[in-house]
Design a binder for this molecule. Structure first.
Ligand SMILES: Cc1cc2nc3c(=O)[nH]c(=O)nc-3n(C[C@H](O)[C@H](O)[C@H](O)COP(=O)(O)OP(=O)(O)OC[C@H]3O[C@@H](n4cnc5c(N)ncnc54)[C@H](O)[C@@H]3O)c2cc1C
Length: 342
């Protein structure tokens, strides 16, 4: 929308000669609700040429192996829990590169509260005939020295069957559509320290609060994502090894305060060394705008002195602000974490 308040429809592309290229760039990680209303996307892999749709995007894998793993909390004392997290973090440190042996495997470790009964892992591999071996290597590396039994369920399906209904127990859980949910995430460049693992254990096992939907998630990260320059797109985080999220979910509005209190305190304690947030530095690298968290703009929860927009966009923020000035000079598209006019 221009200065006069007139809305226009425009096409922006990655072509260097496109006068609207900066608007395209801003949409490669610049978050929603900042510049206008997106009505359509056309996707192409970098370097793709021509118009044949079959050659414009990476081919879908021939098959997908999914795996579901569970450890009973009854078998995880504090030592075993710490070993599992250390193993997991070290696996991520070894496998975040695009050519790493585990590059074709993704998993999320769901560290549910002890009161929920189980710690779980969900993951998948697109390595075709090597997928099963990769999966067992991943699980063996995680279990090394833990000394707790775990259940393993592996399933192979076509890519399409998986894509149409991935992990229904996570994304279509009964009742979830009416639930409230708070997620506070962080990019990590190093595995959690032993102090952070102690904090996680304390918050997941403490019995003085009733937070059945509380959870700490650890997702593997990297691969090709880490081969792109930080300023090539608006997504600045390009060398993380995993992403972590502190979550709480509840059904009744009267439970909000208790759940929010727990999840905010967990996050603040995990990142206590950097002002309660994952400030960009040796160990962490900010947060992911697709999981927006207005607490990062609240001085009660962010005492780091690092502004929310640096946590999300790092050095790309001033460039996003210039795009904002050009395409939304009246700041029509505004919310708690929208890009501000320069
Ligand atoms: C269960 C769950 C799993 C998720 N998993 C992932 C994941 O694996 N990877 C990942 O990257 N993200 C993930 N997300 C986050 C999700 O991608 C973001 O929340 C995303 O922004 C949601 O898009 P939406 O269209 O629902 O937008 P909304 O939530 O409606 O809006 C998000 C923002 O975009 C703006 N917006 C909406 N539509 C438009 C439009 N047409 N043009 C411009 N701005 C618009 C809104 O104003 C708002 O600011 C997950 C979220 C959930 C709930």
């Amino acid at each position: 929308m221009d200065e006069a308040g007139t809305a226009r429809s425009v096409v922006a592309s990655r072509e260097p000669s496109d006068p609207n290229r900066e608007l395209w760039w801003a949409h490669t990680g610049g978050g929603g609700g900042n510049f206008g209303i997106v009505t359509r996307y056309w996707f192409r892999s970098p370097g793709a040429r021509g118009t044949d749709p079959a050659s414009l995007l990476p081919p879908a894998p021939a098959s997908i192996l999914t795996f579901r793993v569970g450890w009973s909390w009854d078998e995880l004392d504090e030592r075993a829990f710490a070993r599992l997290l250390r193993n997991h973090g070290e696996w991520c440190e070894r496998n975040a590169g695009a050519d790493a042996p585990g590059a074709k495997l993704f998993s999320i470790l769901f560290l549910n509260r002890r009161q929920a009964g189980k710690v779980e892992l969900r993951g998948l591999s697109t390595a075709g005939p090597d997928a099963e071996r990769l999966c067992h290597e991943h699980l063996d590396a995680l279990n090394q020295g833990v000394g707790a039994a775990c259940t393993r369920q592996l399933e192979t399906s076509t890519w399409l069957r998986f894509a149409l209904n991935p992990f229904p127990e996570l994304f279509r859980a009964p009742g979830a559509e009416n639930a409230s949910f708070k997620m506070k995430d962080a990019f990590l460049r190093r595995r959690f320290t032993d102090r952070q693992i102690e904090v996680a254990h304390h918050f997941l096992t403490r019995t003085d609060v009733d937070v059945p939907g509380g959870m700490l998630g650890l997702a593997t990260y990297g691969g090709k994502v880490n081969t792109v320059a930080p300023d090539a797109t608006a997504s600045a985080q390009r060398d993380s090894i995993l992403t972590t999220s502190c979550n709480a979910g509840w059904m009744d509005p009267s439970e909000a305060e208790r759940n929010l209190g727990w999840v905010r305190a967990l996050y603040r304690e995990l990142f206590a060394d950097t002002g309660g947030v994952p400030a960009p530095g040796e160990a962490s690298d900010g947060a992911f705008i697709n999981h927006p968290d207005a607490d990062l703009a609240d001085p009660r929860w962010n005492t780091s002195g690092v502004p929310w927009h640096t946590l999300y966009y790092k050095d790309n923020y001033p460039r996003l602000q210039r795009v904002k000035a050009r395409w939304d000079p009246r700041d029509v598209f505004r919310h708690a974490l929208s890009v501000r006019l320069p």
